[in-house]
Design a protein around this ligand. Structure first.
Ligand SMILES: Cc1cc2nc3c(=O)[nH]c(=O)nc-3n(C[C@H](O)[C@H](O)[C@H](O)COP(=O)(O)OP(=O)(O)OC[C@H]3O[C@@H](n4cnc5c(N)ncnc54)[C@H](O)[C@@H]3O)c2cc1C
Length: 284
């Protein structure tokens, strides 16, 4: 006899956390673009789904000073339609994700929990210095977004925890995201680099994805700008920055590209992203 699939639709965060405790065997589902693929190919067969899409607490977004708090069920389309002004780096990454249909469903939190080290959103979240709020029925904690994805297919979330929200600092300067994929649209990143400039602090921050088992913050490249902000005006700086980012990554080889190719492309993308961000400084 076929077994039944029970679907729970909690309306509040407390109910969602209680459901997680009561049904440890359940699979959490938000937009379903990852979970439904696994269900359809028979890779998972959970007796219960906890569907977060009706949970008002997880849809809420708020501005807290210089930080935008995005509820866990925020989709790529939400970012593009509601937060492109304050979070242009995240919007630039969101624009490159899949198709409109996927962007309408897929959540940022879902991408992080899937543990995808080539996630476009992860690059932008990393460069922005974003953090992830998680909660269980008994405790809450905050995790750096880059540290959240711990290895391909793995993340820092404990089994009894849910992602509640992402905290993303409002952009305080120009940002850019450069991505290489098999095609110009509807393609996962082979690699991607996000760069954010912070003129008041005279700093640059960057994050590369698809270049190691986790996202990489290229600290030596960031230090080049921190040591001397005025170096941004020099024509050779973007190339030096690209070389430093390429040196910081540890790519794998797979069907989409050799390690050598990925390292080379990462350097090119970092150079392009920094050049675009500097053009934004000049335009401001
Ligand atoms: C056709 C296609 C194209 C894609 N293209 C791209 C691309 O170009 N670039 C890119 O970066 N990504 C791409 N993706 C990946 C996409 O970004 C992710 O599938 C999506 O973001 C996952 O979000 P979701 O809400 O659909 O997650 P779901 O499928 O609902 O869940 C994914 C995982 O997260 C868990 N989960 C979800 N929300 C929570 C929560 N709040 N707390 C705890 N656990 C949670 C679920 O249990 C599950 O393990 C693509 C996916 C598809 C299907």
């Amino acid at each position: 006899m076929d077994s039944f699939l029970t679907i729970l639709r909690p309306r509040t965060l407390d109910d969602a956390l209680a459901a997680r405790v009561a049904h440890p065997e359940a699979t959490i589902v938000a937009g379903g673009t990852g979970v439904l693929v696994e269900l359809n190919r028979g890779a998972i067969d959970p007796p219960t789904l906890i569907d977060l899409s009706a949970c008002a607490d997880l849809r809420a977004t708020a501005r807290e000073g210089d930080v935008v708090v995005l509820g866990a069920t925020t989709t790529y389309t939400d970012v593009l339609e509601r937060h492109a002004d304050t979070l242009p780096g995240l919007a630039a990454a969101a624009r490159t994700v899949a198709s409109r249909q996927i962007r309408n469903r897929a959540t940022l939190a879902g991408a992080l929990v899937l543990g995808d080290p080539s996630s476009d959103a992860l690059a932008a979240l990393g460069a922005a210095g974003a953090t992830v709020d998680v909660a269980s029925a008994t405790a809450r904690r905050t995790i750096d977004a880059v540290a959240f994805v711990t290895a391909p297919g793995r993340c820092a979330l404990a089994h009894d925890e849910l992602v509640v929200a992402l905290r993303v600092p409002v952009a305080d300067g120009p940002v850019a995201y450069a991505k290489a994929g098999a095609r110009n649209a509807m393609a996962r990143a082979v690699c991607g680099v996000a760069v954010a400039l912070h003129p008041r602090r005279r700093r640059a921050s960057a994050c590369a994805v698809g270049v190691a088992p986790t996202a990489i913050r290229p600290e030596v490249a960031e230090a080049l700008i921190a040591a001397d902000w005025d170096v941004l005006a020099a024509p050779e700086t973007a190339k030096r920055f690209g070389a430093l980012v390429a040196a910081a990554v540890d790519p794998i080889a797979d069907a989409r590209g050799s390690a050598e190719y990925r390292r080379h492309v990462t350097g090119v993308l970092a150079r392009r992203a920094l050049t675009r961000a500097v053009e934004g400084l000049d335009a401001a």
